[in-house]
Design a protein around this ligand. Sequence first.
Ligand SMILES: [Zn+2]
Length: 256
Amino acid sequence: METYKIYPICTGIFTHAEKSNFAYQKDAGVKLKAPILCYLVQGNGHNILVDTGGSDSEWAEKYHHPVYQTEDMKPENAIGKFGLKPEDIDIIINTHLHWDHSFNNHLFPNAKIYAQKKEVEFAMAPVPTQYTYYESPQIGMKPQWTQCLDRFEIIDGDYSLMDGIEIIFAPGHTPGFQAVCVNTTDGPFLIASDSTGIIEAWEDNQTQGLPTPSGIHVNLIEYYQTIRKLYPTFDKYHILPGHDPKALEHDCYPYK
Ligand SMILES: [Zn+2]
């Protein structure tokens, strides 16, 4: 099977993120510095971005939470470290369409963009608690990803993207959430993104020996189905989270 390398990219840092948003009912009131991560997957002749990060600091402060971001962290600049220009990205996979994962899709002009049907539908009419996460029309906003709808490849359920890369339907955090399983020389890694915002939530087995869901979710029944489907396959070393500084301790996965 084809193998790939996975590079974590920090596109900005939430300076006061609520920990219990990443691990349901855990340590309420504790604030974290939480990177907004996306992942570059390279191999088999492809440059794939899993998520495209969030906005600049000014926008984030106005509509969401304070974010620290340098010019170098902007995803269109951050890929320069790998010798890439925005045009070189040929595939984007949006794990979901929250603003901090899909804000910059339009900056990569040649990328085909993979998202779930249920996610696209929900993003345009979410439940009220998620209006701001989606920057949805109900609060008078226009989600940034709608700028390049013509490049969307809408999928419905599990999907084999190519040899060694599987998109896994993983609802819970959002109705159309998808994780990405990437084969490497050290076995499969799961880009879990916000289904496991921080590794501690995956390690935490106080709830019936299972990981803790994100505090932000739309359906806990589906979320636990997702956890039960994925938990037996991936130990914490093979999980790549959405907002944990630990992901940045290594420049590349696998590192062993
Ligand atoms: Zn999210």
